[in-house]
Every structure is written in structure tokens, then in C-alpha cells.
Design a binder for this molecule. Structure first.
Ligand code: PEP
Ligand code: MN
Length: 342
């Protein structure tokens, strides 16, 4: 249930209302809009009398919300969430994330040179996997702890904030200086991991599972947010369909749908979605035109010899050509303005 208050509610009456609601056993999530304040009531609201609440002086409107996700729901929080990183980079609400870097950290030379190249091309966040979820146990599993250290070295050299994937809550102490923690597609429903990430205060990039619905993705975001961590970004990275030409099928519909259902930023990964480097610029530009709040792109200095995901990795030179085209479509559609969103 949500309670929309009138403008400038009387503070005494507001305190009486919140105290009474709490005494009824419901939790209150308060959202301050530009003019109005919204109380999101979470818990068993079946015993609350909607008419009684609607009749209060300070109340404008009361609505029942059927969706099982509350904290991630736009009805509870009409304004876009803007995720802000320690160095001031913002994502969402008209702020765009251009995340680029190799699938995996391979050496200091590799990650630092890619970091400087993507930064020069206009990236504002560096990616690089250290813990890799691989289908085969015989494939390269990532440089693990050493990979995180090298990624942090690239952060120091380039000044770019970094995002990297976690696979188990026990790895959390290694992520202290990491700016954004990625939950990979295969872990989207690892609820114990999501709960652990709900208890920290660091932005999370939550990838959609290979065969998960929008609602399941939002429920996973809810698992994180119910622990108190509200800095969640949703990432569409392609889903399984009958098509085998591409590695997955990029679901661009996810962008307007997730924006309608949720206030969380939506980031698109055209690299894992297509699996083919030549498709990455076109699909990334299309995602920007569809209103994505960011892109995460695999960029490698030598894709043919990459230890992981070479066929879908673009070179820094191709990335450099792509970036102005991404900005051009965003400017043409005036997506940097919040009013552009339905
Ligand atoms: C990755 O980002 O390298 C990755 C493994 O992504 P996903 O979880 O989307 O497959
Ligand atoms: Mn990859």
C-alpha cells in the first residue's frame, strides 16, 4: 500500500500517522518527491482501513500495490534512482554510465593499458573480471585475488572507478576498494549472496539471469534492497531464446518496461547479449537510443588472444568510434533530460 501525502503535511499529524502505522506492524519506506511525499507501507497491510487513512487531512491518496516488489517499485518511489560513486560519477536520472574493459583481468600491462585507452575514448567506469563464472571447470577461472589487485592498480593509474563480479559472499573483504559489485547472470537468484550485498553500502550491478523474467529480476533487486542497500542497477545482458546465431538475444524491451516498473537505472550489455564483436557497436547504440542509463562493453587490446570472451570483445579503436555515436543519439533524443521518460 502507498500513502501519497498532500503538499507540506502538518508535522504533528504526520508523526501521529507514522506512529499509528508502525503500531499496526507495517514498515514505512518514505520517498520525498519534488512536491509530494510518499509513504510506502511494507508488511501485512490487509488489516489497514484504506478509507480511514484516505479521510485524514494530510492524505491525498491511498493505493494498494499488488506487485510483490516494493522497494524497487516505481509506484513507491516515482523519481529515478541516481547511483553515485565515490568519485562523483552518477548513473540514472539522465546520467549515463559508459563502462568498458576486458572480460577478465589477465596482467597488469593488459588491464592498465585497456583502462587508459577506454578512458581516453570516453569511458567513465572500468570493468574487469577477477572471479569468472565459466561453464567449463577446465576454462580459465579468473586471476581471483590477484585480479582484484591489478584492477585496483588500473583504477589508480587511470582514475576510473571499477566494477567487477563477486561469486561468493566470502569474497567481500577483497571488494572494499571496488566501486561497483557485479552479480553475474548465473548468480541472479543466489539469494544468500543477494542478502549479504543488501547489508553493505556499495552500488550493485545486478545482471538478469539467462532465462529470468522482469519480475524475477526485480524480486532479486528487492532481496538486496530489503537489506537496506538501495544502490542497485539492473543489467539486461541477453536472454536464452531459440536463436543460436547470437550468443543470447538482446531484449531491448527490457529498458522501457523496467523503467516503467522500477526507478532503478537500467544498464545494457551488448557484448554478452550478442557474443559477436561486430554487433556490439550497433546494439550498444540501439540500447542508448532506447533509453538505457548505461552500457557495459567488453573491450580488449588483443581480442584474438583474450583468455575469455575474445569473439565478443571490441578493440579500443572500435570503442573510440562507437562512443560519439552513443552520445549523438542521446543528444538527438534529449535523453539527458529526465522529462524525456514516459
Ligand atoms: C561478465 O560480465 O563477464 C559475465 C560473466 O557476464 P554474465 O554474468 O552476464 O554472463
Ligand atoms: Mn565476459
Amino acid at each position: 500500500m502507498i500513502v501519497i501525502l498532500k503538499e507540506n503535511p502538518n508535522p504533528g499529524q504526520l508523526q501521529d500517522l507514522t506512529a499509528w502505522l508502525k503500531s499496526q506492524g507495517v514498515e514505512i519506506h518514505t520517498s520525498h518527491g519534488q512536491r509530494q511525499m510518499i509513504l510506502g507501507l511494507v508488511g501485512d497491510t490487509s488489516r489497514l482501513d484504506m478509507d480511514l487513512i484516505s479521510a485524514l487531512d494530510i492524505v491525498d491518496e491511498v493505493k494498494r500495490v499488488q506487485d510483490p516488489y516494493k522497494a524497487a517499485n516505481r509506484k513507491f518511489h516515482p523519481e529515478d534512482t541516481v547511483v553515485e560513486l565515490a568519485n562523483g560519477v552518477k548513473i540514472g536520472g539522465g546520467h549515463f554510465a559508459l563502462i568498458a574493459g576486458p572480460c577478465s583481468v589477465e596482467s597488469e600491462e593488459q588491464i592498465c593499458s585497456v583502462a587508459l585507452a577506454v578512458k581516453a575514448a570516453g569511458a567513465n567506469i572500468l570493468r574487469g573480471g577477477a572471479f569468472k563464472p565459466r561453464t567449463s571447470p577446465y576454462s580459465f577461472q579468473g586471476m581471483r585475488e590477484r585480479g582484484i589487485q591489478l584492477l585496483l592498480e588500473a583504477k589508480r593509474q587511470s582514475g576510473l572507478p571499477v566494477v567487477t563480479e563477486i561469486m561468493d559472499a566470502a569474497q567481500l573483504p577483497l571488494f572494499e576498494e571496488v566501486d561497483i559489485i557485479q552479480v553475474g547472470a548465473r548468480n541472479m537468484q543466489n539469494f544468500e549472496l543477494l542478502h549479504a550485498l543488501g547489508h553493505i553500502r556499495k552500488p550493485i550491478l545486478l545482471k538478469r539471469g539467462l532465462a529470468n523474467t522482469y519480475q524475477e529480476l526485480l524480486m532479486s533487486a528487492e532481496h538486496i534492497m530489503s537489506g537496506g542497500n538501495s544502490q542497485v542497477m539492473l543489467c539486461e545482458r541477453g536472454i536464452r531464446t531459440f536463436e543460436t546465431y547470437t550468443r543470447n538475444t538482446l531484449d531491448l524491451t527490457a529498458i522501457p518496461v523496467l523503467h516503467k516498473l522500477s526507478h532503478l537505472p537500467v544498464v545494457i550489455d551488448p557484448s554478452h547479449a550478442s557474443g559477436r564483436s561486430w554487433l556490439v557497436p550497433t546494439m550498444g547504440i540501439s540500447a542508448a537510443a532506447t533509453g538505457a542509463d548505461g552500457l557495459i562493453i567488453e573491450v580488449h587490446n588483443d581480442p584474438e588472444h583474450a583468455w575469455c570472451d575474445g569473439p565478443q570483445s571490441i578493440t579500443p579503436a572500435v570503442f573510440q568510434e562507437m562512443v560519439p555515436r552513443v552520445h549523438a543519439v542521446r543528444q538527438a533524443l534529449e535523453l539527458e533530460k529526465e522529462e524525456g521518460r514516459a
